[in-house]
Design a protein around this ligand. Structure first.
Ligand code: SF4
Ligand code: SF4
Length: 181
């Protein structure tokens, strides 16, 4: 299939760890937004963002929930910040069998940050709006991406043309054009 250039909106939340004060407002509002019904409860264990907190060292690191992984990975990352070593896996974004992070506490289902797209009325993700320390800053940019034209795209396009002009005209046109190649 031929690849086509398309515009894609890339959404980013920039995290300034130095500005985070560990207040956990981002966790509270994220869990409330995703409660059923919306805003009916809050429980940071259900949030799609977790703040790794080390108050004694004044270190707070917001981590957004990423992809679910069925198996834990074989490698480990070891972070040292201001001379203190942090747990292996501490800053990983995955919902993974090796720990309880980013799992719905009742069902165990994986949680993933959806950039608040479940609520199209929001102009900015809720965690960004509630972060009064400006540790989270939302940005959007447009990028050209190559997207494969799928069979479904072609069928939808042909169907639209057929509805407008009739199948016979579409088929005659395709036959004429293919002879040109
Ligand atoms: S709301 Fe902002 S300052 Fe508070 S914990 Fe979350 S990222 Fe840190
Ligand atoms: S962007 Fe939305 S879904 Fe993602 S962590 Fe923030 S509040 Fe939760």
């Amino acid at each position: 299939m031929k690849a086509e250039k398309k515009k894609k909106i890339i959404k980013t939340i920039k995290i300034d760890v130095d500005k985070c004060n560990g207040c956990q407002a981002c966790e509270v509002i994220c869990s409330a937004l995703h409660a059923t019904p919306k805003y009916s409860s809050n429980n940071p264990a259900r949030a799609r963002i977790r703040v790794i907190r080390d108050p004694l060292a004044d270190v707070y690191v917001p981590v957004f929930a990423g992809e679910y992984t069925a198996a834990e990975c074989a490698g480990r990352d070891k972070y040292t910040i201001d001379g203190k070593e942090y747990d292996e896996c501490a800053f990983c974004r995955a919902s993974c069998p090796s720990r309880d992070f980013f799992k719905e506490p009742d069902s165990g289902l994986p949680l993933k940050c959806d950039m608040c797209e479940s609520d199209p009325s929001l102009t900015e993700p809720m965690c960004v709006q509630w972060c009064l320390a400006d540790a989270l800053v939302y940005e959007e940019r447009e990028e050209d991406v190559e997207e494969d034209v799928t069979q479904e795209d072609i069928e939808l396009g042909l169907e639209a043309l057929a509805n407008a002009h009739g199948w016979q005209k579409v088929m005659d046109t395709v036959a004429r054009m293919s002879k040109k190649d």
